[in-house]
Write a protein that binds this ligand. Structure first.
Ligand code: 13P
Length: 250
């Protein structure tokens, strides 16, 4: 049975007091869940240590970014190994903001993926097309290319990978993909995974939707058969809206 996941990506938001208050609020409403249901938050890296100490066990904490090298002269960077030692259990790889704003292409993303797996971190691998690619009808090709990076992974490694489909045109725009558009792409991703890894891996990989997911649309999105949860940006910054989205998965 694949896991249901609601993950909050806080991006570069919140000061330290706001982060701690939000985290406490989420801890108080997130039920401990179970093996098959998870609530995750991805705070800015500087807050991870203090939030881990406040964690009541209901939430797992991940890092939005890290460097693929394990250690050394990489001023300003943090490694997957360091994050794991801190108590972090997840990382994001391939978010469109990293791809576009920080020029992270396939070669870098592959190295990040290997580094995360080597440190036993779980990965949410993000994919999704631009507005132009969708308008030109190239959205499936784009996502297929992005998924192809996973081809080098073993079946065992795939057990640590979840995938978030985040169409760039829906991120932070208030313009969410319709349930039909999201479901169509999730069906496609599941079929791609099956073609690469076979039925068992494809069926057990959690596929999350991200892009203006909110308390208004979460339930409808999550009711689609191949949507196993969400990667939430803006709406994860408030306890009420994030709580409502967590409830929508149950
Ligand atoms: P929004 O929910 O703010 O559109 O952001 C989605 C996202 O990028 C999550 O990683």
């Amino acid at each position: 049975m694949r896991r249901k996941i609601v993950a909050g990506n806080w991006k570069m938001n919140l000061d330290v007091n706001e982060a701690e208050t939000l985290f406490k609020g989420i801890c108080s409403i997130a039920s401990a869940g179970n093996k098959y249901q998870k609530t995750l938050v991805f705070p800015p890296n500087i807050y991870i240590h203090s939030l881990l100490k406040e964690n009541n066990g209901a939430i797992e904490i991940g890092a939005q970014n890290f460097h693929f090298e394990t250690k050394g002269a990489f001023t300003g960077e943090v490694s997957a190994r360091q994050l794991k030692a801190l108590g972090c259990s997840w990382v994001l790889v391939g978010h469109s903001e990293r791809r576009v704003l920080f020029n992270e292409g396939a070669a870098i993303l592959s190295k990040k993926m290997d580094a995360a797996l080597e440190s036993n971190l779980q990965i949410i691998y993000c994919c999704g097309e631009s507005l132009r690619e969708r308008e030109e009808g190239n959205h499936f090709d784009k996502v297929r290319d992005q998924i192809a990076i996973l081809k080098s992974l073993t079946h065992e490694s795939m057990q640590n990978i979840s995938i978030a489909y985040e169409p760039i045109w829906a991120i932070g725009t208030g313009r969410t993909a319709s349930p039909a558009q999201a479901a169509e792409m999730h069906d496609f991703i599941r079929a791609e995974l099956e073609a690469i890894f076979g039925y068992t891996i494809a069926e057990s990989t959690s596929l999350l939707y991200g892009g203006s997911c909110s308390e208004e649309n979460a339930k409808e999105l999550f009711s689609c058969k191949n949507i196993d949860g969400g990667l939430i940006g803006g709406a994860s910054l408030k306890v009420d809206s994030f709580g409502a989205i967590i409830s929508a998965i149950e």
